[in-house]
Design a protein around this ligand. Structure first.
Ligand SMILES: [Fe+2]
Ligand SMILES: [Fe+2]
Length: 491
């Protein structure tokens, strides 16, 4: 067993007809291989080794890997961040293979495997040994796990594989991407403020500048979504209208990505999301910021913001290039899927996909924020549950499902009480799809309630030796009760 790359044998792959060529063939075969790998991982967990499902799954995976190795000389599987590469070709992630991809990614991550080379001699039995080693539970760090696995493969006489660590993402890289996210976020808020103020004053905003901001949000969500999502917890009270629009834009783009939209569609969606409440610039500030209950007339003012938004967008379009879909979103985002919201359409209609996405992002951010007429924000986990379970919220179930996949059942920023009596703030969704109720949390207090900042990260899917979980969420809590400002832990 060595950690070196074996020599590459000749490339004899033939390109299929049509464009894409070798790349598209690799993508196709690579995807079939990952799906087989996923089936095999699941089967070895669920059934004893001798079970026919396990054997069939292992045979499948050996066949696919041999096929790739036979045409390309070898099979190289490399995982990097959220991506999987087979022989250097990045596989496309879509909704159908989402579960398989994230499962394979997380097994590899935990086992410390960054690169796996398999020769064309790798047989079902070899895969069986590798997969059961990779899934064996231990408390060792990924680095130690990898070396443990390599030793055990040697001891078992399995020589078909060469493993290597992932290319290290240094602490510096992480800091840099966090800094980039912060810059994008504050720039977006500043640009949105400009935009709303110019519309309020009847001036035409600079759309080019706004497009650039939306593009950088899309680019960062595509490359590294966690940092920007973390920043949505800022929810600044004084700047609510602006941070709200930016948060809705971030959530919408991340949702659109999960739902398989293309980059160009994500640009349009991001614009539509950023402008969804532009009509509020035409509602008097006293009404928008009123803390008491609204009179009927004031409420009508607020309920006018969808069509006022459409008017404002038409005015912008008079002079500058602007996607039409934004107008549809401005008009529809409060309609609800059953059309019981506002404005009430005269004829039956279906909300556009963009509107459904923006409505979910909007509903979530609004309910979890502190605003003039909502001094106590709702708990993010409760809001997500309500959106999923209460049909009167008028949310699209597929979009909500993607939202829960994005943020977990306990969304980022939720304060949780653990069975160890520690407090934790949800930091990221668990990469294991079956662990949506067990996010990665930042432990922010000891069991005695002494607060710590920055605290330490803990994966709630981690288990003790006896197989029980190390930490489990008992309930969610209001951070105010503990004097905690959630955003302090994300900036
Ligand atoms: Fe709105
Ligand atoms: Fe909104």
């Amino acid at each position: 067993m060595t950690a070196q790359k074996p020599p590459r044998v000749t490339m004899t792959i033939t390109a299929p007809v049509g464009d894409g060529g070798a790349d598209s063939m690799m993508r196709h075969k690579g995807r079939a291989f990952i799906l087989a790998l996923y089936q095999a991982l699941r089967a070895t967990k669920l059934y004893p080794i001798g079970h026919s499902s396990v054997q069939r799954a292992l045979e499948d995976i050996a066949t696919y890997s041999r096929e790739i190795a036979a045409t390309e000389g070898e099979l190289e599987l490399r995982v990097s961040g959220e991506f999987i590469f087979v022989n250097g070709t990045r596989l496309r992630l879509d909704l159908d293979n989402y579960a398989a991809f994230s499962h394979v990614l997380s097994v590899f991550r935990v086992a410390g495997i960054g690169v796996l080379h398999a020769g064309d001699a790798a047989a079902a039995r070899d895969w069986q040994v590798l997969l059961s080693l990779a899934q064996g539970g231990t408390d060792a760090s990924p680095h130690d796990r990898l070396y443990e696995i390599m030793e055990k493969l040697d001891a078992a006489g399995v020589t078909a594989f060469t493993l290597a660590e992932p290319a290290a993402e240094s602490g510096e890289d992480r800091e840099r991407s966090k800094e980039r996210a912060k810059r994008t976020y504050s720039q977006s808020v500043a640009v949105t403020k400009d935009l709303m103020t110019s519309v309020r004053m009847g001036k035409s905003p600079n759309i080019k500048k706004i497009k650039r901001v939306v593009q950088s949000i899309v680019d960062q969500i595509l490359n590294e979504e966690a940092s920007l999502i973390g920043l949505t917890t800022i929810r600044d009270y004084d700047e609510y209208t602006f941070t709200h629009s930016v948060n809705v834009c971030i959530f919408s783009v991340a949702l659109g990505k999960r739902l398989g939209l293309t980059k160009l569609q994500l640009y349009d969606l991001g614009m539509a999301a950023l402008f969804h409440d532009i009509g509020k610039s035409r509602v008097p500030v006293e009404v928008l910021n009123k803390s008491g209950s609204l009179t009927d007339a004031e409420w009508r003012h607020i309920a006018d913001h969808p069509w006022l938004g459409v008017l404002a967008l038409f005015q912008i379009r008079g002079t500058q290039e602007f996607p039409y879909r934004s107008m549809v979103v401005a008009q529809e985002h409060h309609m609800k899927t059953d059309l019981t919201g506002y404005p009430r359409p005269i004829r039956a209609r279906h909300m556009s996909m963009f509107s459904k996405i923006v409505a979910a992002a909007d509903g979530f951010d609004a309910a979890t924020s502190r605003r003039a007429y909502q001094t106590v924000p709702y708990n993010p986990a409760e809001v997500m549950k309500e959106m999923r379970d209460n049909p009167r919220r008028g949310m699209d179930p597929v979009v909500v499902k993607a939202f829960i996949n994005l943020t977990g059942i306990y969304p980022v920023g939720t304060l949780v009480v653990l069975d160890t009596f520690e407090l934790g703030i949800v930091h990221a969704v668990n990469p294991l799809p079956e662990m949506l109720a067990r996010p990665i949390v930042r432990i922010v207090s000891d069991p005695m309630g002494n607060l710590m900042n920055p605290g330490t990260l803990a994966d709630l899917a981690d288990r003790k030796d006896d197989g029980s979980f190390l930490r489990t969420i008992i309930k969610t809590e209001n951070p105010d009760r503990y004097g905690i400002r959630v955003s302090d832990y994300f900036v």
